[in-house]
Design a protein around this ligand. Structure first.
Ligand SMILES: Cc1cc2nc3c(=O)[nH]c(=O)nc-3n(C[C@H](O)[C@H](O)[C@H](O)COP(=O)(O)O)c2cc1C
Length: 344
């Protein structure tokens, strides 16, 4: 048992990635915590009242530790009206999109969630997309909450340590879903390189994320110096996951080369299975409306596609480890596959 496992009070060095967008429910996260790993609630797109309901459900379903993940608000660039209109003309159902949230709205939502974490004495909190603000760090640490930041480069990991994080999740280019980089100049790096470049430069434990779907991947990350791994796609296809069945099936059918990073769903780079929407808009990658605006505009299209079981316009987030995932497993089976009980 290493330092981070002790700190997080877990028996296996496995963290289920927080996955905003609906796949993660208390049922999934609690199953992971109950199997000796760390379950994660993804609060990114949840209203604070839904988050509170999920926290209460978690406490009913497990007495083991779990974490809550927060998006740190960031509006990367100012909006250009002409560009907005251009994208509205391209995206099906964009007329049904909600008005854009302001950065003030996003910060209000963030601090409401921080207050809920304090109210319910959540023991572990992680952040993505940026450095968490100092006042939130102070409040949460003051209440004894363990904090994890996300970094896509050694430089970002150093900043996370300086900001007071207890550990940092290193996210490689292989990872499914959004890249959680905080520095605009960060370019995605492969996970083994990222771990090797970072471990000697920071004093806090490292968690490895990106493309890990089997025990070999876990072992390799630990051998390079990570103390835990964070797996997303592998948990997304579990029986307990609420991911859309079409999304799961697409993952079972895919191999690594079927995935790529794209901005055309949300405005921020994210890895998913290539589908018609990504192909049709390949030439618009450079002109993508910034996050979170493009995400807001494509939401009705994605929802409608999900209703129709149509993968061509869903965001099929998945990491490069998809090739090893061929059928639905229970969380318990997957946990055993990632880290055999005898190794405890
Ligand atoms: C569907 C999906 C949603 C995700 N949402 C979040 C999120 O809300 N917060 C976060 O920190 N990371 C999120 N991630 C990234 C994961 O934390 C993690 O870096 C990634 O899943 C690791 O790569 P893997 O999917 O290949 O295991 C998401 C990943 C996926 C696949």
């Amino acid at each position: 048992m290493n330092d981070l496992m002790k700190l997080l009070s877990i028996k296996k060095p496995i963290i289920q990635a927080p996955m905003a967008g609906g796949a993660v429910t208390p049922r999934l996260a609690a199953a992971v915590s109950n199997a000796g790993g760390l379950g994660s609630i993804a609060s990114g797109y949840l209203n604070p009242d839904v988050l509170e309901t999920q926290l209460l459900e978690m406490k009913q379903q497990t007495d083991r530790p779990f974490q809550v993940n927060l998006f740190v608000p960031k509006h990367e660039k100012a909006l250009e009206e002409e560009q907005v209109q251009r994208w509205k003309g391209i995206i099906p159902h964009s007329d049904k999109a909600r008005p854009f949230a302001s950065i003030q709205d996003d910060w209000q939502d963030f601090y409401q969630k921080v207050d809920l974490l304090l109210k319910h004495q959540v023991e572990i909190c992680s952040f993505t997309f940026d450095l968490p603000p100092e006042d939130a760090v102070k409040k949460l640490k003051g209440a004894g909450c363990i904090l994890l930041g996300t970094a896509c480069s050694a430089e970002e990991a150093i900043l996370m340590e300086e900001r007071g994080m207890d550990a940092v999740v290193l996210q490689g280019v292989e990872a499914g879903g959004h890249q959680g980089a905080s520095l605009p100049e960060s370019k995605p790096v492969e996970l083994p390189t990222l771990i090797t470049e970072t471990v000697g430069r920071i004093g806090i434990p490292v968690v490895a994320a990106g493309g890990i779907t089997d025990e070999k991947g876990v072992r390799e990350a630990l051998e390079l110096g990570a103390q835990c791994v964070q797996a997303g796609t592998a948990f997304l296809v579990c029986k307990e996951s609420a991911a859309h069945p079409v999304h799961k099936q697409q993952i079972f059918n895919a191999s690594a080369s079927d995935t790529r990073l794209t901005k055309v769903f949300s405005g921020k780079e994210a890895r998913g299975i290539v589908n018609a929407w990504i192909k049709e808009n390949e030439h618009r990658e450079q002109d993508a409306l910034p996050y979170p605006y493009l995400n807001t505009l494509t939401k009705p299209m994605r929802q409608e596609a999900a209703k129709q079981n149509d993968p061509s316009r869903m965001s099929l987030w998945a990491g490069q480890g998809v090739g090893q995932l061929n059928s639905e497993m229970s969380v318990e089976e997957l946990m055993e596959q990632l880290w055999k009980s005898k190794q405890n």
